[in-house]
Design a protein around this ligand. Sequence first.
Ligand SMILES: Nc1nc2c(c(=O)[nH]1)N[C@H]1C(S)=C(S)[C@@H](COP(=O)(O)O)O[C@H]1N2
Ligand SMILES: [Mo]
Length: 227
Amino acid sequence: MSDKNHLPTGQQARPDFPRFGVNSFANFEAPAAAPHTLLVAGDVEPFSISQEDLTRLERIEIAADFHCVTTWSYCGLRWSGFRFREVFEQLIQPKIPSDLSIALFAFSALDKYRASLPPEDALANDVLIADTLNGEPLPSKHGAPLRLITPAHYGYKNVKHLCRIQLWRDARSYRPLIPKFMEHPRARIAYEERGRYFPGWLLRYVYRPLINSTVRHFERASVNHAT
Ligand SMILES: Nc1nc2c(c(=O)[nH]1)N[C@H]1C(S)=C(S)[C@@H](COP(=O)(O)O)O[C@H]1N2
Ligand SMILES: [Mo]
């Protein structure tokens, strides 16, 4: 927290919350009746978590600002759903070997997007598997049916259309989707971990010019869906 707007270092507020991401995923639209189901896999026997399993957990709501690595922020969102830590402790741990030491969680989406987090980040108190945004069912635009919300991490860790969670003993089992320099293993906003190899402040200037064209690219893709 540093600059005059009380935004994290290098971030600038936008008046809207655009649909955004990696351009090649812009054309995806979540099927209207996509099941709220998660497949658990990786170094364990695969099994699924149903919507019924999830709804037995305590529902919580968090207020959070959203910070994209390209430097735009949108403030004051409310997400509700289930703590990932509860999902892990109540729905995953009972089904996996007790001596499995997990180095990395990989989160994958219906559009084939993916991102990873180490356990110390994924199991933090404010990490949610969300199914509502501002009191409404999550729209396709922002990640229906289920979305990972990690408020302390840049937008690219907040996987929309979440459908699979892989548990890996060895972090090297995970293959980054985006070029390696763009995917920091942790991507903590407070430390400006925008990417690997290059300092965060430098990447601000690389990414910022891409915002407008990306927003337009995603808008055009959405218009094509509506027609
Ligand atoms: N499934 C999926 N999740 C994704 C992305 C994506 O392209 N596909 N893009 C990521 C990036 S880079 C950002 S900034 C946010 C954008 O979220 P929004 O579209 O709700 O604004 O989603 C993240 N999660
Ligand atoms: Mo992003």
